[in-house]
Write a protein that binds this ligand. Sequence first.
Ligand SMILES: C[S@@+](CC[C@H](N)C(=O)[O-])C[C@H]1O[C@@H](n2cnc3c(N)ncnc32)[C@H](O)[C@@H]1O
Length: 361
Amino acid sequence: MVLVEELRALGVEPSARVFRGVRFEADLATAYRLHLSLRTASRIQRVVTEGEAPGLEAMSELAMAVDWTQWLRAHRPYRVQPVVPEGRDGEALARVVAEAVSARFAGQAGPRYDADHDYPVTIVAHWREGKLTLGLDTAGRALHKRGWRVNGHPAVLKETLAAAILLLAGYDGTEPLLDPMCGSGTIAIEAAYIALGKAPLIHRGKDDFGLEHHQGFDRALWRQVSDEVRAEKRDTLAAPIFARDLRPDFVDLARKGALRARVEKFITWAPGAIEALDPPAAGGLLVANLPYGERIGRGEVERLYAGVGHALRQRYAGWRAALLVPADAPVHLLDLDRPVGHRLKNGSLDVRLLLTRDASG
Ligand SMILES: C[S@@+](CC[C@H](N)C(=O)[O-])C[C@H]1O[C@@H](n2cnc3c(N)ncnc32)[C@H](O)[C@@H]1O
């Protein structure tokens, strides 16, 4: 799991795998750093309490035992987000948690329950197999929302998935990188962040993280950690990054995103079809998120896959490739030599990442 590797690189050893995530303990400064620096996590939660709770009464007891005044601030709106298996009553769970919060603040100014409030303050009530975990969503807005995206492309990758692809491919910024189908530029922009050692969430605005709204938030420590993380960024690349797309309007869009992400000058941009594109360097890593059949016809997809495979074999000897394709894509037409495959999810879509040693096969 690439997230585990990321945590380890930041000095944190996960203690367990949990449903769609990992559990870890860290001191406050490290926890703050993770919010700014993790590239592939979409959420971070601080566990408040957990225990066996087979029924609603036990859930209520568990929630009532928490001193919510230690976690939530007066007057702030908050919501409770139940996460339960299908068919279970999430509303009832949210209600008992909200009642427990009100009971704990009885007689003093408390936080304001607002079910429609999206973020920043969310109590996540996760019930699974008779066990309840109550946690605070410390990220607030999902972490793939880096803050730089410009809308206008119909098939963007989540930033966290783009980062995961790059890390799975072993990209560390020391070899040239080319995304010949850059679309809105997600892969190239995330690559620039990795290559510069730049934290992906460093440009988020003040008060944008959930943790900034929780009781006990240490603003001075947060500032100190943010300054340290910011200072770690390098000013130059060790190897160039190239981004191309068939459509000049997408190249323009990607540049705009990169400008907002403050890495535009580190990427070389140009329009052009991959079939006609000469390699911009003798070797490196070619990463592409191939178009999906939903938006273009099957015949066109097949022509494209055959064309990409041909281009890689003919002109990209010396390049490794990392290709993200739908699970049902005609990968045989790419004719790659024994690629290593990883099964991933792109939203709800099953996809595969195919990694080759070098793109010539
Ligand atoms: C799935 S999208 C890539 C999305 C991108 N990863 C992002 O996050 O925005 C595929 C892109 O390939 C481009 N494309 C399609 N055929 C191409 C070709 N023959 N050569 C270069 N680019 C092509 C499309 O214009 C589209 O932007």
